[in-house]
Design a protein around this ligand. Structure first.
Ligand code: FAD
Length: 285
């Protein structure tokens, strides 16, 4: 069980991958997973398309991780576009494949969803899905959290109060949104303690290996960029190789500092890049 691993004194190392976009790309993702498995992670999670489009693909990838690679798999699942019957179907599929862990997410509003559909969605928040999963399945449930606050929350206090509801509904451990400033994470951890949120927390770390990532994943995450990282991008952003090296070095230093400060786990957003992941794993173990 992943929550048992996370409760030990040694910090865990885990990876996030995304499923293939097209049917004929499964083999490529399986090869990526084979390379990642050689790094002996404690678990691997697989993302899920917001509107439910990649549901099957997520379960198929999670099944490969769990049964072919013999590594604990977490299937992400988002409920924003779900009716109860959709969730039932997805749970049945997870059960068929004997996947035991899910990351229960609300998801972002998909582009196809009208205001009315969004307002009348069956699962308002991730915590509603957590409650359903607790009642109807034996799945072990992880949840997402945001050291810099979720973008919809008015205040960090409200976001934390909502997080408390989610954890109390049955979340066994948390994975954070990516962040680059460890002090923000340490303050967040203190606030969790004050709120009596005591489940293990994995720190989500994304290595920035090209300046283009800032325009996509990072902007979407709403994470702030510390001066140290913006200086690296200003200095090396135009040189592919140097930027890659400097970005990996930044991630390694960030992780070593987190480990020194007793982080429960490091969850690497691999972007399906096994080579970068391998370089980081070698340096932090
Ligand atoms: P929630 O926990 O429901 O929170 C959403 C917002 O609602 C927050 O502002 C919260 O404060 C508020 N809220 C919660 N409960 C209440 C309540 N009872 N009353 C009032 N307000 C409330 N997206 C994908 O599409 N696919 C993925 O695979 C995926 N993986 C992710 C993995 C991680 C580790 C993280 C951090 C995010 C991931 N996301 C993914 C993005 C995620 O779906 C979005 O950030 C989404 O907007 C919020 O999902 P959530 O589960 O955190 O929502």
């Amino acid at each position: 069980m992943i929550s048992d691993l996370l409760s030990r004194s040694k910090s865990t190392l885990s990876f996030e991958v995304f499923p293939p976009k097209k049917e004929d790309e499964f083999q490529t993702v399986f090869q990526i997973l084979d390379s990642l498995a050689a790094l002996s992670p404690d678990f691997i999670s697989c993302t899920y398309g917001a509107g439910g489009s990649k549901a099957g693909k997520t379960v198929e990838i999670a099944s490969y991780i769990q049964h072919k690679l013999n590594i604990d798999a977490i299937a992400h699942i988002t409920c924003v576009g779900f009716k109860h019957s959709d969730l039932e179907q997805n749970c049945a599929r997870l059960e068929e494949e004997n996947i035991r862990h899910v990351l229960a997410l609300r998801g972002d509003r998909p582009t196809w969803m009208s205001d009315e559909q969004f307002q009348n969605r069956e699962f308002s928040y991730a915590s509603d899905m957590v409650r359903y999963l607790k009642e109807h399945t034996s799945l072990l449930i992880a949840g997402a959290c945001y050291p810099e606050k979720h973008y919809e929350a008015q205040t960090a206090e409200q976001d934390l109060a909502n997080l408390k509801k989610k954890v109390d509904a049955g979340v066994s451990f948390l994975i954070t949104q990516l962040f680059f400033d460890n002090d923000i994470f340490y303050r967040f951890r203190e606030r969790l303690k004050q709120m009596d949120i005591t489940v293990p927390v994995c720190a989500g770390i994304m290595p920035i290996t090209s300046s283009r990532q800032l325009g996509t994943s990072v902007t979407l995450s709403g994470s702030s960029i510390p001066k140290k990282l913006s200086d690296i991008i200003a200095r090396y952003g135009d040189d592919k190789d140097d930027m890659r090296k400097a970005g990996i070095d930044f991630a390694i230093r960030q992780i070593l500092d987190l480990q020194e400060h007793g982080v429960d786990g490091i969850h690497l957003y691999t972007m399906n890049r096994p080579q970068t992941t391998a370089e980081i794993a070698a340096a932090i173990r």
